[in-house]
Design a protein around this ligand. Structure first.
Ligand code: GLU
Length: 609
């Protein structure tokens, strides 16, 4: 048992070590152009990493509040995109890096609109749009949105707000300039006030890390599960953070650190490793660009030492093919008669089973398609299993279905298995049979192969010889009166768990399946099929021979008939004609032997495929 108080992890040690090493850095100056900001303790230093799996690693002043300042800008822009749409916002604010200081009074010389939403002009224009959209609800909407991303209710620091409101003459000038160019179409004070309030929202380093992780997860808060943003808007926000997030240091930052990021004059920095994690640092001493000195150092260090740069992607780190094998390597649990077994032994390799895994993005889907192409030459039926596929984006789904169409034209039959958890597939009318278990898919593939390869076989369910047919006709005649022909309706149990096992069943026609309940490691129970029998096969022989109670249910899958032989009848016969009983037992043990041989062969193969 792991000790419950064991919380040490090497990741935690790593950020503690970075924190320890950089706490001595005292370069930079706390911002004081907003008087209230000058009150920050220059020694404050917190680092938090929040992962896409919802793990949090925190060190130092990770819960101390400070004001979000410019880090609010990409989020306010995301909200504006959500409320007003991309097209409208592009008429108000551009998406080009300006290479100028955050508070530059710069507008595009041709269009007159601010270059991007990360400089004050663009952020004030953005806030004005949110405000104009619904002046009464604007602040509550913005606060609610940021709170959802942080996973806790946030509030405005009234002291910092009034301090900036009373001294922010430059921002006031910018907003009036925007009014002059009609970027803001009404009284600029409303939007400006919203901007001041948005900058004064109090956050902790932990909040920022979770907000960054939410961006890493395409707008879904990985801790609360809330989804205040969609992937499309998140991509636009990250792109802007990548090109303009670090003021006029943005180019160098993208070059050296390579994480979409945003800093604020309150001393916060957040950075995103898309798909993976968010990092936040709080340390109020700023460099001449207005970026937290230690904040930059921490991100640079993590990026360089741990390969988090956006453009540092391992080639082919994914392995989409979990397993790939043929129908001779793995059989369904449906017992087949000798003819069918013969065909499957010879032609089983025409069944190909491919288990895919992971997130099927473009590159991963390409790997799956390459595998499907490589096996197509020898395949007659292909099963694609999705059980371990975590996500199949709609774009990949349509590429995959395109490949399936090519396979079907060959013609290869394509079956899907365990795909119900993938909305992109489950929601489509693709017409492909989708089986709930890999065993059911294998059985279906075998049946299709048998039909394809032996169309002259009248029916796979036609009566087949039984163990009785191998007996001497005289013995058979003696046994006949002891056999009770019994009919079962589809769904009816022939054998029930815990019943006494005193009867042998010989299938005349119909299909019968043994089901057991497995205790899974997570404490739940799961019903699964052990084996399926059809005409000519027997079941119940273990209880019949050992006298032990039944360990599983056997259910009729279809209407069918069995010949029942009771042990009592056989015991009685043993007293007068022991040789008949011996012959039957011999036939039974040879049948059991071949079942055992086949089961252990399959088990051994499973280890290898
Ligand atoms: N409220 C601040 C301003 O507009 C935000 C600046 C920043 O964090 O870069 O001056």
């Amino acid at each position: 048992m792991p000790s419950p108080e064991f919380t040490a992890t090497a990741i935690q040690n790593l950020i503690e070590e970075v924190h320890d090493r950089l706490r001595g850095r005292r370069e930079g100056k706390v911002a004081d152009y907003i008087p209230e900001l000058a009150k920050a303790d220059p020694e404050d230093f917190g680092i938090v990493v929040a992962t896409a799996d919802g793990h949090i690693y925190a060190v130092g002043d990770s819960d101390k509040e400070f004001t979000i300042q410019s880090i609010s800008k990409p989020f306010a822009y995301g909200l504006a995109l959500k409320l007003l749409g991309r097209e409208h916002m592009h008429t108000k604010v551009g998406v080009e890096p300006s290479g100028e200081a955050f508070n530059a009074i710069s507008l595009d010389p041709v269009s007159g609109i601010p270059r991007n939403p990360m400089i004050n002009a663009g952020a004030i224009a953005t806030a004005a749009q949110i405000w104009q959209h619904n002046p009464e609800a604007a602040e509550a909407t913005l606060l609610g949105f940021l709170s959802d991303l942080a996973g806790r209710p946030l509030h405005v620091d009234e002291n910092v707000y009034s301090s900036e409101r009373d001294t922010g003459h430059r921002n006031r000038a910018i907003s009036h300039l925007l009014r002059n160019f009609d970027v803001i179409e009404s009284d600029p004070e409303g939007g400006l006030d919203l901007y001041f309030r948005q900058c004064a929202i109090a956050v902790s380093c932990r909040d920022l890390a979770i907000m960054a992780a939410s961006l890493a997860c395409q707008g879904r808060n990985p801790i609360s599960g809330a989804e205040p943003l969609n992937a499309d808007i998140t991509i636009q926000m990250l792109a802007l953070m990548g090109s303009c997030g670090m003021y006029d240091y943005a180019g160098q930052w993208l070059h050296d650190v390579g994480m979409p990021a945003k800093s604020g004059v309150g001393g916060g920095v957040l950075a995103v490793v898309p798909g993976r994690l968010g990092v936040a640092v709080y340390s109020p001493r700023l460099d001449p660009f207005g970026n937290s000195v230690r904040g930059i150092e921490v991100c640079e260090e993590l990026s360089k030492r741990h390969g988090l740069h956006l453009y540092n992607q391992n080639p082919r780190a994914i392995n989409t093919i979990r397993r790939s094998y043929t129908g001779s390597h793995r059989r369904s649990r449906r017992w087949r008669d000798a003819t069918e077994v013969g065909i499957l032994e010879k032609l089983g390799s025409r069944i190909r089973v491919v288990h895919a895994q992971g997130v099927l993005d473009f590159a991963a889907t390409e790997q799956l398609l390459a595998e499907l192409t490589a096996i197509a030459g020898q395949a007659s039926v292909v099963v694609v299993d999705f059980n371990q596929v975590l996500e199949l984006p709609p774009t990949s789904c349509s590429i995959l279905l395109g490949q399936v169409a090519l396979l079907r034209a060959k013609p290869i039959t394509v079956l899907l298995s365990r795909a119900d958890h993938l909305p992109s597939l489950a929601g489509l009318d693709h017409g492909l049979p989708t089986l709930p278990t890999i065993d059911a898919a294998l059985e279906e593939a075998e049946t299709i192969l048998l039909q394809k390869e032996r169309p002259e076989l009248p029916s796979l369910q036609a009566p087949q010889p039984t163990i009785l047919d191998g007996l001497d006709p005289d013995y058979r005649a003696i046994l006949n009166p002891l056999l009770e022909l019994t009919g079962f309706r589809a769904g009816e149990p022939a054998v029930q768990r815990n019943q006494s096992g005193d009867t042998l069943y010989i299938v005349v026609d119909g299909i019968f399946t043994t089901r057991i309940r497995l205790n899974l490691s997570n404490g739940t129970k799961k019903a699964t099929r052990l084996s399926t029998f059809s005409s000519g096969m027997c079941f119940g022989e273990i209880g019949f021979l050992t006298g032990q109670p039944r360990t599983a249910d056997v259910i009729a899958d279809t209407d069918g008939h069995c010949l029942l032989l009771r042990r009592e009848a056989l015991d009685n016969l043993g007293r007068s004609r022991p040789e008949v009983v011996i012959a039957l037992l011999r036939a039974l043990s040879s049948e059991l032997g071949s079942k055992l041989a086949s089961a252990s062969y399959q088990l051994t193969l499973l280890e290898h495929y």
